[in-house]
Write a protein that binds this ligand. Structure first.
Ligand SMILES: [Zn+2]
Length: 237
């Protein structure tokens, strides 16, 4: 007998068994084991076999797209002996208790939903807080333009760093300074230096009072720069 024929035969046996089990259930609700304080009835009755899924047989593998049955027992399920059904316990709730269980389940679901919404709201709040922080940090880093173009100003600054670049006009030194509020000042010069009247040259990190004229306001790499010209060191702090 080929596997296909075996399976066909088993299907026939199963159909017959199913009818047999259905007749059994129809004729008899099964054996009432107990009724608990909620009115739930526990019936001992035929239920689909959990080993073979109610088929009565099972395959141990697949070969060329065909199920392979066990060579020892022809694939018959030993748990239900090919019936596809086993005797198990079935709970039968009273409509009142079933409604109570459903209400409990719904309440649990609602609570879960409520908690999920709460978590989402908290995450959204955290996301907004972080965004506001980033924005504040961006604004803080950017600083502000100081004064008006053409205005002569006297300010206290810290010398942050200097850099040089070469062009067709020669070497230009770029001095970068910041005031106490973090605003950035730039002075580009070909020949000037940050030097007091007494000839003391400012070093990076030094604080001093500067006088200069605002040449322009420019945003470079998200930083608002107040560009100066005609810069003089008035006094070292
Ligand atoms: Zn079975």
């Amino acid at each position: 007998m080929t596997t296909k024929e075996k399976l066909k035969l088993m299907d026939e046996i199963k159909a017959a068994n199913e009818q047999h089990v259905q007749d059994f259930i129809n004729a008899n609700k099964g054996e009432l084991i107990k009724t608990d304080r909620n009115g739930t009835k526990y019936w001992k009755r035929a239920i689909p076999c959990d080993r073979c899924g109610g088929h009565g047989y099972y395959a141990i593998g697949v070969h060329n797209g065909q199920p392979v049955l066990s060579p020892h027992d022809g694939g018959m399920c030993w748990k239900c002996m090919g019936h596809g059904k086993v005797i198990g316990t079935v709970k039968e709730y009273t409509p009142e208790y079933a409604a109570k269980l459903e209400a409990k389940r719904a309440a649990k679901q609602a609570k879960f939903e409520e908690e999920r919404k709460q978590r989402e709201a908290e995450m959204e709040l955290e996301r907004q807080r972080r965004k506001a922080e980033e924005e504040a940090e961006r604004i803080r880093r950017a600083g502000h333009f100081v004064g008006e173009v053409g205005q002569k100003i006297k300010i206290d600054v810290t010398f942050v760093y200097q850099t040089h670049f070469e062009s067709q006009f020669g070497i230009t030194t770029v001095y970068v300074m910041k005031d106490d509020e973090g605003n950035t000042f730039i002075w580009k010069t070909g020949s000037g230096s940050l030097m007091t009247k007494d000839g003391e040259t400012m070093q990076e990190g030094d604080k001093f009072t500067l006088q200069g004229t605002i040449k322009e306001h420019k945003t470079f790499r998200d930083v608002n720069q107040t560009i100066l010209q005609r810069v003089k060191v008035i006094e070292k702090k």
